[in-house]
Design a protein around this ligand. Structure first.
Ligand SMILES: Nc1ncnc2c1ncn2[C@@H]1O[C@H](COP(=O)(O)OP(=O)(O)OP(=O)(O)O)[C@@H](O)[C@H]1O
Ligand SMILES: [Mg+2]
Length: 358
């Protein structure tokens, strides 16, 4: 019996183009109504994975199932899958109404149903009054919403989006992220989305799949990936991580000492006691700047540069040992005085915030 709640399943899917292994033994499941984001550097196989699910490419090996059904012999237009591309790919000569109606006409839906459904979906993406405009008379964000309405109006079982907000400016992108996520949650549509933008992945996803060189490094809820990255790659791909590499020089239970290459001695408490070289990470916002009670893992350093981010500030600090770390601090009050480059400060790397990665 197949689990009804699994909307999409990839089993050991590989796709090669000649010598290039674009997708390498990828397996994951997406639940009904779930929003999953594929993230990873350029060329890691994100678009190819989407195209395989949509049926524009066929796997070299492995199996793709949608609602339990093997898609090996199912043509793209029979998969009940809609795709939104990075470039909105609207038809420039057609009105907004006609653009959205296109997929319905192709499916032979009757005129009456079309004139009922198109306005309904345009309303949903907040473009109620724009039916007669041409794409060229819309802003980027509005065009993107038309593209979304066009994908949703056919009521797909699965929505695939390839960098849907990639061409929008920061502010519009932030707004659209929440709008689109809310809409898809309301409609309960299963979505697989691709993005370069780590904030977008963190904000929109129920789960994130981090890809590298065609394979999946880690899959999990945004917070798990951020707080407990399993590899250095994941730790550095989503957000900034300070990496501290060295080996354990004391191994008392509950308290170990990691001595880094530069000679920094860090107390840590790890679930295991690995041999050889290991890497610990700590996120910038976990580092305490000039802690009022300096306890263990407190080090003196000099600020090399300061990055002011409005509500936060990042200090790039060179410790006496020669180790470089980034600390991020919330600016809680306009009166807060910020530290300056050149200044000496104490920073603390709290033991419970040091995580072991492989
Ligand atoms: N039709 C093709 N023929 C040959 N190689 C291809 C083809 N399509 C993709 N590739 C190669 O497969 C790999 C994965 O490509 P893909 O487009 O999936 O990457 P991506 O993760 O979407 O990258 P980006 O973030 O730049 O869009 C790349 O090395 C790419 O050059
Ligand atoms: Mg791509």
């Amino acid at each position: 019996m197949t689990d009804k709640r699994v909307a999409v399943e990839l089993k050991a899917v590989t796709k090669t183009f000649g010598e290039v292994v674009a997708v390498d033994n990828v397996g994951f499941r997406v639940s009904e109504g779930e929003f999953i984001c594929l993230v990873g550097p350029s060329g890691c196989g994100k678009t190819t994975t989407l195209r395989l699910i949509a049926g524009f490419e066929y796997p070299t090996a492995g199996e793709i199932r949608i609602h339990g059904k093997d898609m090996a012999r199912v043509a793209p237009h029979r998969r009940n899958v809609a795709m939104v591309f990075q470039s909105y790919a609207l038809f420039p000569h057609m009105s907004v109404f006609e653009n959205v109606a296109f997929g319905l006409r192709e499916r032979g839906i009757d005129r009456k149903a079309i004139s009922r459904k198109v306005p309904q979906y345009l309303e949903m993406v907040q473009l109620g009054g724009y039916q007669e405009r041409k794409p060229g008379q819309l802003s980027g964000g509005q065009q993107q919403r038309v593209a979304l309405a066009r994908a949703l109006v056919v009521e797909p079982a699965l929505l695939l989006m390839d960098e849907p907000l990639g061409s929008l400016d920061r502010k519009l992108r932030d707004e659209m992220q929440l709008e689109v996520k809310t809409l898809l949650d309301e409609l309960g549509i299963t979505t697989i989305s691709v993005t370069h933008d780590q904030d977008e992945a963190l904000v929109m996803s129920d789960r994130i799949a981090v890809m590298k060189d065609g394979h999946i490094e880690q899959v999990g809820p945004p917070r798990d990936i951020y707080e407990y990255p399993e590899s250095v790659f994941c730790a550095t791909f989503l957000g900034i991580s300070n990496l501290l590499t060295g080996s354990l020089t004391r191994r008392d239970p509950g308290r170990m000492i990691l001595t880094t290459k530069e000679g920094l001695e860090l107390s840590c408490s790890l679930p295991e006691s690995p041999e050889g070289q290991i890497t610990l990470i700590i996120r910038p916002e976990r580092i305490l700047v000039n802690p009022s009670h300096s306890r263990e893992n407190t080090f003196r350093g000099r600020i090399e540069s300061v990055k002011y981010l409005g509500s936060e500030v990042e200090y790039y600090v060179l410790l006496l040992s020669g180790t470089r770390v980034v600390a991020r601090q919330q600016i809680s009050d306009a009166q807060d005085t910020l530290c300056r480059a050149g200044q000496e400060i104490d920073i603390q790397l709290p033991m419970q915030s040091l995580r072991l990665v492989s």
